[in-house]
Design a protein around this ligand. Structure first.
Ligand SMILES: Cc1ncc(COP(=O)(O)O)c(C=O)c1O
Length: 433
């Protein structure tokens, strides 16, 4: 496999874009940021003519697969009527009603364009509702790239690092340091640590902000009772429970992580999979809180609820909801076959590889652990350099993976593609062993 044209484009792009890319995440690509020109179903094609079975899926959004015809047709038809009205249009109501029908905590919605910005809206709302400032969040979780949330996603830890309370760790040059006073960071999946914190400081906490399943570091489902414990502590102390479902929303099921793990937060953010590959995002939540946007809490945006985003979401949600969410049976089955297949291979080869998570979003790592429970398990015990080598071997064999170990499944992946992927997994594991 060669990437000559991609390499030439990358050299050219560095002269007009900082680092040659528009998202720092893409800087980490191997062998360098590749250039793509087409994607359909579970396949993506680069400018050198290489095709890959894609488990990156646009970093999650392409749950239905690339270029889904129902989504494309809806967008094409809608955008011919107009694109941006700076006013209301009926399809917004259709999408809002779908969100309310599908998401347990959704009584009212607001739309924006990215997960990052809707997280900002959620935090502002929680602070307005409670009159408190501090937000509790968790190591290894990602809530966007803005100054006040890009903290403690990855930081140096070893066995001797005290578990609590960790001082928020700044992740970028140029970041305001005041965020270290506004956030409290704890390890995830440790209810005792949260209980201790609430006992001491519960009256100061505006919101507990958590991914529904930890997908940005590892693929770590909540321990049984953990989310329910957060719910209880929030209720007792008057804090809001804010579940960031930017990844998990519609990926972990038709009713999101909150449906899958049976907990109803006060607020939740959605993005990625809610719009079939187009830019759309939502903050949803209980009406008594969301109504503050109609009164004294500002949320604005030129492109919010634009015609294309709404048409894409209306179509994507319709596909997901069809036949009572029957598509999820297929998604779960495909993901389970792949997870099981990888587990069978590593068992047979006797390799220290862990596959965990849920079928539509699972994580693979080189580790001796039998499970990873939180960021520290991942940071201390998983061999990331070896996983990097593995992903490059997979790329050479026509399978595209995310470097941090998460695998996303789409409804377009076929049994043949799963079988091809498993062959590539076995060959790549042999190559890095
Ligand atoms: C849980 C979570 N929240 C928020 C974001 C930010 O979303 P966006 O990249 O759309 O700004 C992400 C992005 O991956 C995410 O995973």
């Amino acid at each position: 496999m060669q990437w000559n044209r991609s390499q030439a484009f990358f050299e050219q792009s560095k002269k007009s874009m900082a680092g040659g890319v528009s998202s720092n995440v893409r800087l980490q690509s191997q062998p360098w940021p590749l250039f793509f020109e087409r994607a359909e179903g579970a396949m993506i094609y680069d400018v050198d003519g290489n095709g890959y079975i894609d488990y990156v899926l646009g970093q999650g959004p392409m749950l239905l697969g690339h270029s889904h015809p129902a989504v494309l047709d809806a967008v094409n038809a809608a955008m011919r009527q107009g694109q941006l009205y700076a006013g209301q249009h009926p399809q917004e109501i259709e999408v809002a009603e779908a969100m309310i029908r599908l998401v347990p905590c959704a009584e009212l919605c607001r739309f924006g364009l990215s997960g990052s910005e809707m997280v900002q809206a959620a935090m502002r709302l929680a602070r307005a509702v409670t009159g408190r400032t501090k937000i509790l969040r968790f190591e290894g979780h990602y809530h966007g790239w803005f100054d006040n949330v890009l903290i403690s996603l990855a930081h140096p830890v070893d066995e001797s690092t005290p578990r609590t309370p960790a001082r928020p760790y700044l992740m970028t040059a140029g970041q305001v340091t005041s965020v270290q006073d506004e956030f409290i960071v704890l390890p995830w999946n440790d209810l005792g640590a949260v209980e201790d914190l609430f006992a001491a400081q519960g009256h100061e906490i505006a919101a507990v902000m958590t991914e529904g399943m930890m997908c940005n570091t590892g693929g770590i489902p909540p321990q049984p009772g953990y989310l329910q414990g957060l719910r209880r502590l929030c209720d007792e102390s008057g804090a809001l429970l804010f579940m960031d479902e930017v990844i998990t929303g519609f990926r972990l099921g038709l009713h999101g992580a909150q449906g899958r793990f049976d907990v109803v937060p006060d607020l939740a953010t959605f993005a990625k999979a809610m719009a079939g590959g187009f830019a759309n995002a939502a903050l949803v939540g209980k009406a008594e809180y969301m109504e503050r946007f109609a009164k004294d809490v500002n949320h604005s945006g030129t492109f919010n609820s634009n015609v294309i985003s709404m048409a894409a979401s209306a179509a994507a949600l319709k596909e997901l909801e069809k036949d009572n969410g029957a598509i999820y049976d297929r998604l779960e089955e495909t993901g389970a076959d792949l997870m099981g297949g990888i587990q069978e291979i590593v068992g047979r080869l006797g390799l220290p590889v862990l596959v965990q998570g849920v079928p539509t979003a699972f994580h693979m790592s080189f580790t001796e652990l039998s499970a990873i429970h939180d960021y520290r398990d991942y940071a201390i015990h998983c061999d990331k350099a070896r996983y990097d080598k593995f992903t490059f071997e997979m790329l050479k064999r026509g399978v595209r993976l995310i470097g941090r170990g998460i695998w996303y499944i789409s409804a377009a992946h076929t049994p043949e593609q799963i079988a091809q992927t498993l062959t590539a997994v076995e060959d790549s594991l042999r190559a890095v062993s």
